[in-house]
Design a protein around this ligand. Structure first.
Ligand code: PXP
Length: 244
């Protein structure tokens, strides 16, 4: 079965909206660890956090706490910035997904431009892997990006599904086709195939056509649904859609 990684950055976004200037206040909420445990209880296979340079949502203490307390693997999304790489090497998450954080690292569609940043990405990939972390690269479903990710030593790629999610009904088939081709190519090159961004209960079913798909990473839709259903139910509902 395809696995589900839940991105809970938005839980921290809500907490920071009120408590950014009172870090560690006794009454701060919502609790990130409780959110992660609700996801685990519903059957989520991993928890994703994105430690951004500006610390707009996830804080360093969140990473350390969840790394210590989670039963499922922690997937750390991260830009390739020296400070963040240093933290990741200390935390040693099960997976790290390299994502673009600065304008110049972003392809026109939003994935990490691994073709243009070969040296820097190779160095970070090797450092992370030396600490036991498996490395994923969040890329557009383009042949040259898939090939470069394999050349640079990625263990996994996460195919950017944003263009698919945002496409008009007319263009969606073409975007899906690009994801399918990229999945096939990546598998042939020995990469684990993951996908994420903009996935919802409504747009998920066609994505099952991506060959060798191992894991989906979903955040915004689940946290949005959770406002009405609760987080545990939202994650369970998504898993049910993935299974059928
Ligand atoms: N995967 C990656 C690499 C991301 O950066 C994000 C967004 O934080 C997601 C998945 C989840 O996207 P969404 O919040 O749209 O589900």
């Amino acid at each position: 079965m395809v696995k589900l990684g839940v991105n809970i950055d938005h839980v921290a976004t809500l907490r920071q909206a009120r408590y950014a200037r009172m870090p560690g206040a006794h009454n701060e909420e919502p609790c990130l660890l409780t959110a992660a445990r609700e996801c685990e209880a519903a059957g989520a296979h991993s928890i994703t956090l994105h430690l951004r340079e500006d610390r707009r949502h996830i804080q360093d203490r969140d990473i350390h706490l969840l790394r210590r307390e989670l039963k499922v693997p922690l997937n750390l999304e991260m830009g390739n910035a020296p400070e963040i790489v240093e933290i990741a090497c200390g935390v040693r998450p099960a997976y790290a997904c390299l994502v673009p954080e600065n304008r110049e690292e972003i392809t026109t569609e939003g994935g990490l431009d691994v073709v243009s940043h070969r040296e820097a990405i190779t160095a970070t990939t090797r450092r992370l892997q030396a600490t036991g972390t498996r490395v994923s690269m969040f890329i557009d479903p383009l042949p040259e990006q898939v090939q470069a990710a394999a050349d640079l030593g990625a263990d996994m790629i996460e195919l950017h599904t944003g263009a698919y999610a945002n496409a008009s009904p007319h263009d969606r088939a073409e975007e899906l086709h690009r994801l399918i081709s990229a999945g096939r190519q990546g598998h042939t090159l020995g990469l684990q195939i993951n996908a994420g961004h903009g996935i919802t209960i409504a747009n998920l079913p066609p994505l099952k056509a991506i060959p060798h798909l191992a894991e989906l990473n979903i955040g915004h839709h689940l946290i949005s649904r959770a406002l009405f259903t609760g987080l545990r139910a939202a994650v369970a509902e998504m898993l049910a859609v993935m299974r059928t």
